[in-house]
Design a protein around this ligand. Structure first.
Ligand SMILES: Nc1ncnc2c1ncn2[C@@H]1O[C@H](COP(=O)(O)OP(=O)(O)O)[C@@H](O)[C@H]1O
Ligand SMILES: [Mg+2]
Length: 345
């Protein structure tokens, strides 16, 4: 059977002022199967949000999108007329954001906003839509939904607002829900509750979840599969278990090393990703692998061309020949002393 979503060779570019383009996302492939949770991880600026917005068709006009194909639920999205895309968005394909106020309207009650989605996409009457909005608030465990339905967003706590936004996103039972850093702005207890809610909805509504996060603890606990993005390139992909027990790419290894283990080697405290020496900004203008300026394993050849994704085992891919024991010729580029003590390649 076809995967629910299959993205082939997606690149996203912006004008660079010199008459050309720079490409914050390059040659990106992604598949998501029905009902699974795929985590998209990478530090800030790696192109996660742009990728999500491209899937939703919500990029600004200034963005240039190129793709060999974006297939969703049996339909090719590239070249689809705007009206057809709008129909998909919010119905089969929905997205939630880090900050709920970006999708909630402050001057309308939450009930009215959820009802509007239902009226637009499912043609429900005002009365039926209101009744269903109350059911949705109940589904996302907002207490006293009969009363809360008439509240404006500012009357709700941050966590409850996030739940209201989720209710709106799942109102039409999407097949895929994209959650872009859905809990980053919330405190730890509320974070866990929102993630539990998303996972319960995934099971109860049979939706697939594309979970965008920079928090490896969240990935370890909730993801089936993990895609690691660095400076707009996919550098590694694996099922969550193998990724955490045997990370291959030097960037993934650095990420994990920078997040001290919690229990049983499966859970990682969310640690600042910048514990890998250097910064993602060093990738700008890099011809070969974008991780070269920070990579303890890099040799001259790595800087010349982006290595292809290699497949060292079933359901695994890594864009680094050195990581799979195919050392490239050339002398090391970065001396080991440049790496911090906690970075063990
Ligand atoms: N509208 C835009 N115009 C130009 N550059 C952009 C625009 N939006 C994002 N970018 C750049 O693209 C890169 C990736 O951004 P983003 O997808 O938001 O990263 P992430 O979500 O992984 O933190 C960043 O360097 C960002 O500055
Ligand atoms: Mg982002």
């Amino acid at each position: 059977m076809d995967p629910l979503l299959s993205v082939r060779d997606l690149s996203i570019g912006f004008r660079n002022g010199a008459g050309g383009h720079w490409w914050p996302v390059r040659g990106f492939d992604l598949t998501v199967e029905a009902g699974e949770t795929v985590a998209l991880v990478g530090e800030s600026g790696s192109g996660k949000s742009l990728t999500a917005l491209a899937l939703m068709g919500l990029l600004p006009r200034s963005a240039r999108v190129e793709a060999a194909g974006i297939r969703f639920a049996g339909q090719e999205l590239t070249g689809l007329p705007e009206r057809a895309k709008r129909r998909l968005r919010g119905r089969d394909l929905a997205m939630i954001f880090q900050e709920p106020m970006t999708s909630l309207n402050p001057v309308l009650t939450i009930g009215r906003q959820i009802a509007e989605v239902l009226r637009l996409h499912q043609g429900l009457s005002a009365k039926a839509a209101r009744a269903q909005a109350i059911e949705l608030l109940d589904l996302v465990r907002i207490p006293e939904p009969q009363r809360r339905v008439d509240d404006h967003p500012h009357r709700l706590s941050g966590g409850m607002r996030q739940r209201a936004m989720i209710a709106m996103a799942v109102a039409c039972r999407p097949k895929l829900l994209i959650a872009d850093e859905p809990t980053t702005a919330l405190d730890v207890t509320i974070q866990a509750q929102v993630l539990e809610l998303l996972d319960r909805l995934r099971r109860e509504l049979s939706l697939a979840l594309l979970l965008i996060t920079h928090d490896l603890g969240v990935v370890a606990q909730w993801a089936d599969r993990v895609v690691v993005l660095y400076a707009g390139r996919k550098v590694e992909e694996a099922d969550a278990g193998p990724l955490f027990s045997d990370p291959l790419h030097p960037y993934t290894r650095g990420l994990l090393a920078a997040s001290p283990r919690m229990n049983a080697g499966r859970h990682y405290r969310d640690g600042p990703l910048d514990e890998i020496p250097g910064s993602i900004a060093s990738a700008a203008g890099q011809a070969g692998c974008p991780f070269v300026p920070r990579c303890p394993a890099a040799v001259a050849a790595c800087a010349e061309a982006m290595p292809p994704l290699l497949v060292p085992a079933a359901r695994r891919a890594v864009a680094c020949p050195v990581a799979v024991g195919l050392p490239l010729p050339g002398s090391p580029l970065n001396s080991p002393s440049a790496a911090s003590p906690e970075f063990h390649p």
